[in-house]
Write a protein that binds this ligand. Structure first.
Ligand code: SF4
Length: 290
């Protein structure tokens, strides 16, 4: 998941194998991957209810009775026609040349990590050839290399890399969520798409609330999404709205009086990490505050 730069070498004309072999398990999958067919980490089944409108997202998010069911419902959502069309077209005929022989998840990226997390990381949206290929947040692109290496250094991740679903990675005490769960064209979800997807994040926050200690917002969009979700939950949020910046911090208070620290970080996108705008030391420093 990331603000991934446009793919310089999409494999749009070569015929795609379908089904194709999962890179870790060797299992055969069609693209997009049908729910409940054995993809590692797939939280859904063929019976998972599918949201096809903004109103259904509200309803299905509210009625999800736990993290597992919430993840399942997110992973089959079809409420944003433009994003459904984009994520599936990339999966079928727009695969990056380097991955052209792999199956593509082609579905929304469910949250990833410890269901009992005390810390949430709030990202932007999946990358077309990252999460949209692997089915796991921040997995399969360079932004993930940065994030998981830092989480491993901080003791949250069991290994420093996240290459593919099924690679054994686990997170302890931390869960990764997102503002928008489907890969958007040019990494730019519309305002309407962000609003349609927000109830999934709201429910993630609600389920985490009894244990939540802190949140790390990656980029200004993640910062705004976290503040918006907190406000909708009825938490006390500072006024005027706290400004995003790397290292910015805001203290939020839940309805039950629990204090939750929101910390801002520049996004781990290549445009920040390649240019040195975000360094490993800077990322380690904000993660240490969680
Ligand atoms: S962006 Fe969110 S609401 Fe829209 S289709 Fe994807 S998961 Fe559903």
């Amino acid at each position: 998941m990331s603000a991934d730069p446009p793919d310089p070498s999409p494999a749009r004309s070569a015929p795609m194998p379908d089904p194709a072999q999962h890179p870790v398990t060797g299992g055969l999958f069609r693209s997009p991957v049908p729910p409940g067919t054995g993809w590692p980490g797939d939280p859904a089944t063929a019976d998972t209810p599918v949201a096809t409108s903004a109103a259904e997202v509200v309803l299905l998010a509210r009625q999800a009775d736990g993290i597992r069911e919430l993840d399942a419902r997110v992973s089959v959502c079809r409420a944003c026609p433009r994003l459904v069309q984009w994520r599936e077209s990339v999966a079928v005929s727009g695969r990056r040349a380097a991955f052209a022989d792999q199956p593509y998840w082609g579905r929304p990226g469910p949250s990833f990590g410890d269901p009992d997390a005390e810390v949430l990381v709030v990202g932007l949206a999946p990358a077309a050839n990252g999460t949209n290929r692997t089915g796991r947040m921040f997995t399969g692109d360079r932004s993930g290399d940065w994030l998981y290496a830092a989480l491993h250094r901080a003791g949250y991740a069991s290994q420093p890399t996240s290459v593919s679903s099924g690679d054994g990675l686990t997170l302890t005490g931390l869960r990764i969520v997102a503002t928008v769960r489907c890969a958007p064209p040019a990494n730019k979800p519309t305002t309407e798409e962000k609003a349609t997807c927000a109830p999934w994040l709201d429910r993630d926050l609600e389920l985490a609330e009894p244990r939540l200690r802190s949140m790390l917002a990656l980029g200004a969009i993640g910062w705004d999404a976290a503040l918006g979700a907190a406000r909708r939950r009825g938490w006390a949020v500072p006024v005027p709205k706290p400004r995003f910046g790397h290292g910015a911090e805001a203290l939020l208070v839940t309805g039950a009086g629990r204090r939750v620290r929101l910390v801002g970080s520049y996004h781990v996108s290549q445009q920040n990490t390649f240019t040195g705008k975000l360094t490993e030391a800077m990322l380690d420093e904000v993660i240490a505050r969680l």
